[in-house]
Design a binder for this molecule. Structure first.
Ligand code: NDP
Length: 439
């Protein structure tokens, strides 16, 4: 904290991981002997750069760009780019830190990193977004590459932004190589990458329920967010026979008791990029709840009764107020699609009341796992079918669940998937750090 003041989200993420590690650290002296904790909290490299671009009015605009190359012990840095006005170094460090353990949990050879900018793509023309992405890549390209660092998307960075970023990378390096993932399927992308985080999150929830003799089929589900993760969570829930009744954006929430219409949602959010208010205009049996009508200190999505909750928008979006509403309404499982969406006090309350919990670094690891499959396809110049990728994704999510579940049991905390995921991810990285010496 003394070295990096004011990085609250990063402290929150690091505290949660370190608290979970207590049983492992009590058993194993070697992690202390090799100064693993001291080393793992410091990024290997932090790049902060100015991004200058010209808006449609001809005015010069300046933003800040970040790439935190956190840990390359297991492979090239891998993690998304976030474009959102709230982005700062603390947010990128929290995301990069989480990414180290998430990537380790997949069992694949990828290190952890994250990046982004305080640029807000909302309300910008395609030409402005294109110019910003080119300016951002003018600096980033010298730090990334297929065996070095392979960025992908996150909040505010979807198919459009990846296209513009990749186009500029190609121009600057004069090579077509898989230095970014989330590319379009027509130009080096993998089938199933777009769907991977949402589908993977649903598969993870199904594995949790199955282990308790239950299933998603027939369940009422609440999903927050209306972006990449939320849309494909909703799509997969419907195909598995569950009813997702909500979605939300930064301005409001939709409650549609008969189930969210995925076609309408995609048209509004993926094509015309409008507010969710439009959804209620097209579906009069759905209700739109604007944010000024949300419960005090909470979110409208979590006050709607459900069996399973899928927070899939952003960090700290599910508060103690929300946790109390979920428990009151009989929610059985909270499965994190977003990164760190549950506040620490909310998590404690859910735990105390016996609500099952799918932690982000396990539940949303499907996206990065399929990104690695995209890297593998690029490197071998192959292309796998959607079904092939989806089958692999299902298997990876099952293996992540089993790893977290077995590790929790090994340390006498049966069912604590957060502890299991943190210990399993940490142990894989830490053991490799010992092997690789004092670097
Ligand atoms: P998108 O930009 O596609 O969607 C984000 C959604 O969340 C939008 O509906 C947005 O509303 C809403 N949102 C964002 N910030 C806020 C906020 N501060 N308050 C309220 N609503 C907000 O992002 P993704 O779906 O890709 O990412 C969602 C979460 O999932 C993030 O936590 C991300 O880190 C995590 N994640 C994403 C992965 C991926 O593959 N994309 C992989 C693993 C994790 P609006 O449209 O109004 O801005």
């Amino acid at each position: 904290r003394e070295c990096s003041p004011g990085q609250n989200e990063f402290y929150q993420a690091a505290t949660e991981v370190f608290e979970s590690l207590t049983p492992l650290l009590e058993e194993e002296e070697k992690y202390r002997d090799y100064a693993i904790l001291e080393r793992i909290v410091q990024p290997e490299r932090t790049i902060i750069f100015r991004v200058t671009w010209i808006d449609d009015a001809g005015k010069i605009q300046t933003n800040l760009g970040y790439r935190v190359q956190f840990n390359s012990t297991l492979g090239p840095y891998k993690g998304g780019l976030r474009f959102h006005p709230t982005v700062n170094l603390g947010i990128i460090k929290f995301l990069g830190f989480e990414q180290i353990f998430k990537n380790a949990l997949t069992g694949l050879g990828i290190g952890g990193g994250k990046g982004g900018s305080n640029f807000d793509p909302k309300g910008k023309s395609d030409a402005e977004v294109n110019r910003f992405c080119q300016a951002f890549m003018n600096e980033l390209y010298r730090h990334i590459g297929t065996t070095r660092d392979v960025p992908a998307g996150d909040i505010g960075v979807g198919a459009r932004e990846i296209g513009y970023l990749f186009g500029q990378y190609k121009l600057l390096t004069a090579s077509f190589e898989g230095a970014m993932t989330g590319k379009g399927v027509g130009w080096g992308g993998s089938f199933g990458r777009r769907e991977a985080t949402g589908y993977g999150s649903v598969y993870f929830a199904e594995h949790i329920l199955n282990s308790h003799g239950d299933e998603l089929k027939g369940k009422t589900c609440c999903v927050s967010g209306a972006g990449n993760v939320a849309i494909y969570t909703i799509e997969k829930l419907k195909s598995m026979g569950a009813t997702p009744v909500t979605c939300s954006d930064s301005r409001g929430t939709i409650h549609h008791p008969k189930g969210i219409d995925v076609k309408t949602l995609k048209a509004i959010k993926e094509v015309s990029r409008e507010s969710l208010e439009k959804y209620a205009q097209l579906h009069p049996d759905a209700t739109y709840i604007p944010i000024h009508k949300y419960p005090e200190g909470g979110h409208a999505v979590w006050s709607i009764p459900c069996d399973v909750a899928f927070p899939s928008a952003t960090q700290n979006e599910l508060t103690l107020v929300d946790a109390k509403n979920l428990v009151k309404n009989g929610c059985k499982l909270v499965n994190e699609g977003a990164n760190m969406p549950t506040t620490p006090d909310a998590l404690e309350y859910l735990r105390k009341h016996g609500v099952l919990f799918g932690p982000a670094k396990a539940a949303n690891a499907g996206g990065v796992a399929v990104s690695q499959l995209e890297m593998a396809q690029n490197a071998s110049m192959q292309r796998w079918s959607f079904a092939e990728v989806d089958t692999k994704l299902f298997g990876i999510m099952k293996s992540i669940f089993e790893t977290a579940d077995e590790t929790a049991r090994e340390f006498g905390h049966e069912g604590d998937l957060l502890m299991g995921a943190n210990i399993a991810g940490f142990r894989r990285v830490a053991d490799a750090m010992i092997d690789e010496g004092a670097v």
